[in-house]
Design a protein around this ligand. Sequence first.
Ligand code: GLN
Length: 456
Amino acid sequence: ESYISRLSLTEPHLHSFLHISDTLLRDAQLIDRKIEKGEDVGPLAGVLVGVKDNICTADMPSTGGSRILENYKAPFDATAVRRVKEKDGILIGKTNLDEFGMGSTTEASSFQVTANPWDLSRVPGGSSGGSAAAVSARQCMVSLGSDTGGSVRQPASFCGVVGLKPTYGRVSRFGLMAYASSLDVIGCFGTSVADTGILLHVISGHDRFDATSSNREFPDFLSQFTSINLVESKPLKGLKVGLIRETLEDGVDNGVKSAISGAASHLEELGCTVTEVSLPSFSLGLPAYYILASSESSSNLSRYDGVRYGNQVFAEELNALYNDSRAKGFGPEVQMRILMGTYALSAGYYDAYYKRAQQVRTLIRKSFKDALDDNDILISPVAPSAAYKIGEKKNDPLAMYAGDIMTVNVNLAGLPALVLPCGFVEGGPVGLPVGLQMIGAAFDEAKLLKVGHIFE
Ligand code: GLN
């Protein structure tokens, strides 16, 4: 009940949700009853979970932030959602996003723009801006997002919450609307590393409905938190941390740089050794990402033709029906990505763009591997600046894409990364949060959670 009244106070200002569950109280009462009867309940008992609207839910609409799926209701729950429910989490609603995850601000949502709770005139980041804003404003306790090129980490940084992008394959993508299948992962938001880790623990693991989900054993993230001795003066003694040099060069705000160097000193106080590392192919990540993500999306989004999927616009003839349904259903950013991707994949340009980008991807993977052979974790900022004003970059797609430089490389390499608040810069009524990104070796989320928990 307290969350329902909080929602009615905050939601008119924030617009984090595209849909709020109408069975919220009933769902909560069911959990209450289970507890009263002494039945076993899962670790999410009574926990209110927001779900990004590109993740399918059987009981609420799933639009992906797109007109083409307006009013669409999936016939099933995504695996991550089913696992949340099985562990007694309560779905509070579906959160706003840039259409199909394409964007960095939620301004590319077909329905509404979400505001940043720290300053309502600023963007919450994106594309999972609704999920981040909802947790930041305590509209829900944790939430699910998706991260193809930074969509969990950048909004976590802009909204001052914890965000976790798991290793590619750690969490099933079944029921996540495909944007760029070789990069997409479902990730988690929370107000603490422990909460975020609990949500990850619940949704992780192999799923026979997603052939790319890994059957690798995953450790019990929960036990990590009880075994850590926080009283010890140097709990991270011996941990080698590499600070990625290329993420602190020109174009990064001074406030962000000083928050990151403050975080590095804090890690040293905790016993880590921090040294600078270089990832030589780092700057190639951005162009490679936008070629690959657009290419994959042009293929994935071909399913929305008004016949197999998506709302149909009536036309006299089949090609006109496809054309009109897609022209009306997709917003401008999505249309641009489809055009770019189709161009990059076309016969005459395939070698020059797509193939080249795949080669760059191999280089990036290798440079991360080399850096992680010498270091336990790598650290960097999440974005070159804190949250900017709504509208500021809306008509300058290149400036917006450039803001993804620090996150996209991690997706190209498939690695896990944890973002947590590490400082503030001036701006807005009370200052604006800045996040620290910690990148780990594949499938080693446990280490990131441990370091993050001690750090915070
Ligand atoms: N901003 C990036 C893009 O638009 C990343 C989005 C994401 O991770 N879904 O592609």
